[in-house]
Write a protein that binds this ligand. Structure first.
Ligand code: NAD
Length: 524
């Protein structure tokens, strides 16, 4: 019997398929016509032809769509055998929806991602993944080809017969206000209300303010009978850059559920994780919503704390790397999120810290600690631009500054609230000419950072520059030939906002090396 998975793997090994780190470049021809038909069939809600040998024997099929081989063991140590396949819809195919959808499909479930952005759906149907996330292209392709993952713009078609409908749409900051913009979630809820027939669990995966589950329930109840659905909170904790592993082998899965039928559906969805001893935490819906905000805010606080300690280290001659190592070894503190840098950015921490302060103020229980950290973090980005100007002798007017790294962190193409979006314009305003390089972020950066020149690689970026600045700690910057870097630069100045180079080596090579919080030796 032909195995569509094999077709994909063979196609990937063929010279026609050039593996690329930029997912839009993945070649569509490795997705066969048979596969497209299979995907269309899932998206349109039709059952698979049970006589079709691609789907295995009828008794192996479960719901009629998942091939029996979906239920086999996938990772050494992970036991996903015998997991009963469920029919799941994921609304929103962004960073969280796409990763969650692909991972749930990889568990053996049948997943249809519903996305309003038609071009995203068109690309995904051709096997092209519109974001950069390590391993995601491969995971999406394998599950598409196995007939477990499909993409559509129509919730009407996809929602029919789904046991669970996840909402994984954006909740950005409301301009000027700062609280979470719930309009996408509410719109998704209205859409869902139109497709609820048999008992359906609506799972809010987006990060939402406490009480949002009640709002969603109310919206759906305006069109669907209450006994036909239950709303559950299931916040996502994945980190971009390590998203697949985070989803499949999480520290915990949090489920806020107050309906026994919904609890059983959620238990079945996450059965593969439970079987592999992944902790599942059941709470009330509101507690679950609060757990997500409290987690993000706590981590943002750790980052902000070490940034302030770094500033103090600079003044007092201590080395923040030794300090964070020394305090991080204490189990009560932990080593993670204690790396000083240019301030946190990204798709979550900035908006979630701000949203929690607004929520707390509205609840008349202001969280002053968090209000302060938001302010400290905002100011830090501007302070980093001033640090660069200082390293260049007090002025960057007319100088060519080479920026290495634009994304908010490595291993993602995500530019949301990246520190570079503040630092680069500040330098431009001070008269600098900016040339920048980022392994994955340039496509988005071109739309967000006007008036800068983009280079094809780090050395080209540094060539002829009056200073080099590391904003994002991509591994390839750590591995640069520092002697070659010095030869490229017009002036041997490196401002390293991520502390990726050894001070001694930089000094020995004759750089003026300015880093963060490394006492007198690192020139602050
Ligand atoms: P995103 O902007 O990348 O993706 C959201 C997607 O939803 C977009 O593709 C958008 O077109 C689509 N969409 C919006 N309305 C829709 C609708 N009515 N129907 C179908 N599709 C619709 O956002 P994201 O980064 O995936 O974040 C989603 C949520 O998850 C947010 O609440 C975020 O805070 C949370 N979260 C994000 C991360 C992360 O690292 N990105 C981690 C944990 C939690």
């Amino acid at each position: 019997m032909a195995d569509p998975l094999n077709d994909v793997y063979k196609a990937r090994q063929s010279p026609r398929f050039t593996a690329s780190r930029t997912p839009w470049d993945a070649r569509p021809e490795c997705v066969s016509i048979a596969l497209k038909a299979q995907i269309d069939r899932i998206a349109s809600g039709r059952k698979a032809n049970r006589q079709d040998p691609r789907y295995g024997r009828p008794e192996e099929i479960g719901s009629g769509l998942a091939p029996a081989r979906a239920l086999r063991r996938r990772h050494a140590g992970d036991d996903w055998t015998g997991v009963r396949s469920m029919r799941i819809v994921m609304i929103g195919a962004g960073y969280v929806g796409l990763v969650s959808g692909a991972c749930l499909a990889d568990f053996g479930h049948e997943v249809v991602c519903v996305e309003v952005d038609e071009s995203k759906v068109a690309h995904l149907r051709e096997g092209r993944v519109p974001i950069y996330e390590p391993g995601l292209s491969e995971l999406v392709l394998a599950n598409q080809s196995a007939g477990r993952l499909a993409f559509t713009t129509s919730l009407k078609a996809a929602g029919r017969g789904a046991e669970a409908i996840f909402i994984a749409v954006g909740t950005p900051s409301l301009a000027e206000v700062g609280s979470a913009d719930m309009s996408f979630v509410h719109e998704a809820a209205r859409d869902v209300a139109g497709v609820v027939e048999d008992f359906t669990v609506i799972v809010i995966k987006s990060t939402v303010p406490i009480g949002a589950g009640d709002e969603v329930e109310q919206i759906i109840a305006e069109r669907a009978p209450r006994e036909k659905f239950a709303v559950v909170s299931n916040p996502e904790f994945l980190r971009e850059g390590a998203a697949i592993d985070d989803f499949k082998r999480p520290d915990r899965v949090v489920i806020g559920v107050e309906d026994d039928r919904a609890r059983e559906v959620m238990r079945r969805i996450y059965q593969p994780i439970e079987r592999n001893d992944g902790p599942i935490v059941y709470t009330s819906r509101r507690s679950s919503e609060m757990i997500k905000y409290a987690s993000n805010v706590f981590l943002a606080m750790k980052v902000t704390f070490i940034n302030e300690i770094a500033d103090l280290c600079e003044r007092l001659g201590a080395d923040v790397l030794d300090v964070s190592h020394g305090i991080g070894l204490d189990d009560r503190i932990g080593r993670k999120f204690l790396n000083p840098g240019p301030g946190f950015g990204g798709s979550c921490f900035p908006k979630d810290t701000l949203a929690l302060t607004k929520l707390a103020a509205e609840a008349k229980a202001p969280i002053r600690l968090v209000e302060t950290l938001v302010d400290v973090n905002d100011k830090r980005k501007t302070a980093m631009a001033a640090k660069i100007v200082g390293a260049c002798g007090g002025s960057v007017a007319g100088k060519r500054i080479a920026v290495l790294g634009l994304t908010y962190k490595p291993k993602t193409d995500d530019m949301r609230d990246a520190p570079s979006l503040v630092i680069v314009p500040e330098l431009q305003a001070a008269g600098a000419r900016i040339v920048a390089y980022d392994p994955e972020g340039i496509r988005t950066a071109k739309t967000l950072l006007p008036g800068i020149e983009f280079a094809d690689n780090a050395y080209a970026c540094l060539s002829g520059a009056d200073a080099g600045v590391v904003i994002t700690e991509w591994d390839e910057f750590r591995a640069l030939d520092l002697a070659r870097v010095k030869a490229c630069l017009a002036a041997p100045i490196i401002v390293d906002l991520r502390n990726i180079y050894p001070i001694k080596a930089m000094k020995a090579l004759g750089f003026r090396y300015v880093c963060v919080g490394r006492g007198f030796g690192g020139e602050g």
